[in-house]
Design a protein around this ligand. Structure first.
Ligand code: TXA
Ligand code: MG
Length: 345
């Protein structure tokens, strides 16, 4: 692979060029409100195959289809339950993906051979315009090398994908910063496969019930059969070992400072920076505003992905809402290693 990767602003000209490339079966990175995606024409099996190569992504990990209008769901899925339309009405365009039975027109390479497909209608206006102009459903996984944190700026995408894709549409930093919430609507009860910007509380309020998939709750072994195949792989991981240190700010700082040495890094809330004098801490957002934490997490994990850093001590928000999604990504980066500083010395 040695393509000259173009970076273009997400203006009318950039969008027109990107649409043309997509129709020709090429790969283009595009901004969404969650994270950047690598897009290809979902109906072109060869174009879709290039995504797996560019990312180094396992073939058994299916892609999300992106549509420009909620009503396009009908052309991709069949037996769509009323719950899906209810969710679409409330959360589309937005950071919600639904898993539904797929129609035959979607190639097996896109769905990894499953009889279901994940679909979402992103919020970013430029990207919806691009999908509309391209005139095809767009398959788009996150625009990172497989296993690395998702990308939330065009610079991150270029870092991972330079020479591997035709173009990057630069729409600035992503607002949400973690990938979309995924809900599987093909079982007896709706099931949360991945938490995101649409919260479990919001989903329960509309659906009345929501199961949480075990892949959300803990580490899954590589040979396990899971509902969202992507959830079993190592994710969001810088090369360092990440440990989450829970407990009060003070107890965590005591625990970390006692152990801190060469090759260590601290990832904390902005309010905690003064507690880590001399440790060169990195803050990813404010503890009092979880949206800043979700927007800043992946950029911070990327900053700390350096050969000189071997251990990252990380502070993680607790509780529901968007904090649930941030906690999930950080715990996955940490392979679910959590130390309670209140009970350790
Ligand atoms: O926010 C997002 O969803 C971003 C942006 C670019 O839209 N996309 C994204 O795609 O995060 P990706 O490929 O990185 O993650 C898709 C996840 C994977 O864990 C995959 O296994 C799961 O969705 N998935 C895809 N199709 C599925 C299906 N039919 N059933 C269950 N899980 C599915
Ligand atoms: Mg991904």
């Amino acid at each position: 692979m040695n393509i000259k990767t173009e970076v273009r602003p997400a203006d009318a000209e950039g969008i027109a060029r990107a649409a043309e490339l997509l129709r020709q079966g090429e790969l283009v990175a595009l901004p969404t409100e969650t994270v950047y995606g690598i897009a290809a024409d979902a109906r072109n099996g060869e174009a879709v195959s290039k995504i797996f190569v560019a990312k180094g992504r396992p073939q058994d990990n299916p892609l999300i289809l992106h549509i420009s209008e909620p009503k396009e769901l009908e052309s991709i899925c069949h037996d769509i339950p009323a719950q899906a339309w209810l969710l679409a009405e409330h959360f589309w365009p937005g950071p919600l993906t639904m898993v539904l039975p797929v129609r035959d027109l979607v190639p097996k390479r896109t769905t990894a051979g499953l009889d279901t497909v994940a679909v979402r209608c992103p919020k970013t206006a430029a990207t919806r315009e691009l999908i509309r102009l391209a005139g095809v459903p767009i398959a788009a996984p996150s625009a990172n090398r497989s296993g690395k944190p998702s990308t939330t700026t065009a610079a991150h995408v270029l870092h991972d994908m330079d020479g591997r894709i035709e173009a990057i549409l630069d729409g600035g930093p992503c607002e949400v910063g973690v990938e979309s919430t995924i809900v599987d609507l093909t079982g007896e009860r709706p099931r949360l496969l991945r938490p995101g910007g649409v919260t479990p509380e919001e989903l329960r309020a509309l659906l009345g019930e929501l199961d949480i998939d075990r892949a959300v709750l803990g580490q899954i072994s590589n040979d396990a059969v899971v509902r969202a195949p992507g959830m079993k792989y190592k994710h969001y991981a810088p090369s360092a070992e990440v440990y989450i240190i829970s407990g009060s700010s003070e107890a965590a700082a005591r625990y970390i400072r006692r152990r801190f040495g060469p090759g260590d890094a601290v990832l904390c809330f902005a309010e905690e920076l003064p507690l880590y004098d001399g440790c060169n801490p990195t803050a990813y957002g404010s503890e009092n505003d979880v949206r800043t934490l979700s927007a800043g997490l992946f950029a911070a994990l990327r900053d700390l992905d350096r050969p000189d850093i071997r251990t990252i001590y990380a502070r993680c928000p607790e509780g529901g809402g968007v904090a649930y999604a941030v906690g999930n990504r950080l715990k996955k980066a940490a392979a679910f290693r959590v130390v309670d500083a209140e009970h350790e010395v």
